[in-house]
Design a protein around this ligand. Structure first.
Ligand SMILES: C[C@@](CO)(OP(=O)(O)O)[C@H](O)COP(=O)(O)OP(=O)(O)OC[C@H]1O[C@@H](n2ccc(N)nc2=O)[C@H](O)[C@@H]1O
Ligand SMILES: Nc1ncnc2c1ncn2[C@@H]1O[C@H](COP(=O)(O)OP(=O)(O)O)[C@@H](O)[C@H]1O
Length: 270
């Protein structure tokens, strides 16, 4: 079975309070971004994981695809599988790539072994692997709150919006990013501001990580300015970074931008 775990973008992100479990409560809107890895799951004599594409930091045993398999095996006594992950989506980018691999692995294993797990059950397994992992089970635009793992579906009309995502080759760990941010009351209701025309978002929609991280990583501010200079109607850091995206209205193809070697770019429609 071959699946293509996609990335996500955060449209606005507010870190609202500290939780007793050490995590933060947040408010954000998650949308799927069709920048994908490829993951193959096959029955095999023993469980193995092979990796190609972008190198993933850490031991293969800690890979979220294997952790997803082990989580289901503990409850369903699964037969062994061979997993092959071809990694394309940048890591430490705020694009949720590892979380997507985990959620797609859960879905693929449920299908392969005909476990018949409904989305609610898959989300509950996914939450145990990472806060934003459950988003990728249904993979539809949502308003996310609490740890970023409780969702309310929202309708957003982004069809015909061109998007450019730039990853400056800078790995920012999610834990480090959270450690740099102070929780505070959100300035706006994201559902209300995102319901307004794209051109208004620049004044009303923001990401708390951006303000906290830009003084430490000036390239984030430079990329955002470059996207606005290239005609973006809205530009922002995604999640905890370091990827920065620009939204260009009216099916307009984003202009070519001169970027240093080592940067990765995704251009397309949302
Ligand atoms: C920031 C966000 C925004 O969408 O995405 P990314 O930028 O990583 O893609 C998410 O909250 C990332 O979710 P995820 O990457 O699954 O984080 P986890 O593995 O659960 O947690 C990693 C670390 O981040 C911190 N953390 C995470 C989520 C949260 N609500 N509060 C936290 O304080 C904790 O220090 C935790 O140990
Ligand atoms: N399949 C995977 N893809 C990417 N990262 C993975 C994967 N499995 C485990 N990881 C671990 O997760 C970390 C990336 O998480 P994180 O910094 O939250 O990324 P992002 O901000 O892109 O969501 C990596 O450093 C890596 O150690």
């Amino acid at each position: 079975m071959l699946v293509f775990p996609n990335a996500k973008l955060n449209l606005g992100l507010y870190i609202t309070s500290q939780r007793p479990d050490g995590f933060r409560n947040l408010e954000s809107v998650f949308v799927p971004l069709p920048w994908t890895d490829a993951l193959e799951v096959l029955p095999a004599p023993e469980t193995t994981l092979t990796l190609t594409g972008i190198p993933i930091p850490g031991e293969p045993a800690t890979n979220l695809c294997l952790r997803a398999y082990e989580l289901l095996r503990a409850d369903f006594n699964l037969a062994p599988v061979h997993l092959h992950l071809h990694k394309v989506v940048p890591i430490g980018a705020g694009l949720g790539g590892g979380s997507a691999d985990a959620a797609f692995a859960l879905r693929a294993l449920s299908d392969l072994f005909q476990l018949g797990l409904p989305p609610e059950a898959l989300e509950s397994y996914a939450r145990r692997l990472g806060s934003d992992c459950a988003f990728f089970v249904r993979n539809k635009p949502v308003f996310a709150y609490e740890k970023g793992d409780v969702f309310e579906e929202i309708s957003l009309n982004l069809s015909g919006t061109a998007c450019k995502v730039i990853y400056p080759g800078l790995h920012i760990s999610t834990a480090e990013a959270y450690a740099r941010v102070q929780a505070r009351t959100p300035r706006h209701d994201l559902r209300a501001t995102l319901a307004q025309p794209l051109e208004t978002w620049r004044a009303t929609v923001s990401n708390d990580f951006e303000e906290a991280l830009t003084p430490h990583y000036p390239v984030l501010g430079e990329l955002k300015s470059a996207l606005y200079a290239a005609g973006a109607a809205y530009a922002s850091l995604s999640g905890s970074g370091s990827a920065v995206y620009g939204l260009f209205p009216g099916l307009q193809v984003p202009p070519t931008m001169q970027l240093p070697a080592g940067y990765q770019v995704w251009d397309g429609q949302l």
